[in-house]
Design a protein around this ligand. Structure first.
Ligand code: SF4
Ligand code: SF4
Length: 191
């Protein structure tokens, strides 16, 4: 009985190529043809002023049509008196897969209900993967992610650390199912 010779693959999804593809040169030419075609099509659209040729000139231009479920920035929720709701338990920092949250706990003996507070709370946005696990882990609903997008582009990585002050500068979004705590003025608005 005649059997077809078995091709041993080096890895499980290694593609099988015919002799034409194994020459590479033709495939390289084909790839350049596709790239050149897209370039010329976009250039034509741009010259004639039609839409679809260019993406947004970020960061000079900012898009506002992010998906409703987009979560681009963390916020620290606040108690009615304006202090962070966070009790510096470190659960969010522990669960963070990218290890980008750094918390330094402070102690306030006068606050009997919440003696521990975050003296320092920082997130490194250069490594955050926006997975939301910190939000899920928090037992106090003290950290949330909102639709806002922080101004990230920079040539200095150290600027990508967002500190407590920045995280507390939240944009309160109305959420009937899960409203923010009232602001210190008692107006129902967050500070
Ligand atoms: S969103 Fe994910 S990666 Fe970013 S700080 Fe939270 S847990 Fe860490
Ligand atoms: S944000 Fe939540 S999980 Fe993180 S330290 Fe504060 S209370 Fe704990």
């Amino acid at each position: 009985m005649k059997t077809t010779p078995r091709i041993r693959r080096e890895y499980w999804n290694q593609p099988t190529m015919n002799w034409w593809e194994r020459m590479y040169l033709f495939e390289v030419m084909r790839g350049l043809g596709i790239t050149g075609g897209v370039f010329l099509r976009n250039m034509g659209k741009w010259i004639t002023g039609r839409k679809g040729a260019l993406t947004t000139y970020y960061p000079e231009e900012t898009r506002f049509d992010y998906a409703a479920g987009n979560r681009g920035k963390h916020i620290l929720t606040q108690r009615p008196d304006g202090r962070p709701q966070c009790i510096a338990c470190n659960l969010c920092a522990t669960v963070c897969p990218a290890k980008v949250i750094e918390i330094e706990a402070g102690f306030d003996p006068d606050d009997k209900a919440h003696p521990k507070f975050p003296a320092r709370f920082e997130i490194d946005y250069s490594r955050c993967v926006f997975c939301g696990m910190c939000v899920e882990a928090c037992p106090e609903d003290a950290i949330r992610m909102v639709k806002e997008v922080p101004g990230l582009p920079t040539d200095d990585r150290s600027r990508l650390w967002l500190g407590k002050e920045e995280l507390l500068r939240w944009q309160p979004a109305r959420n009937a199912a899960k409203p923010y705590p009232p602001g210190p003025s008692g107006t129902g608005e967050a500070p």
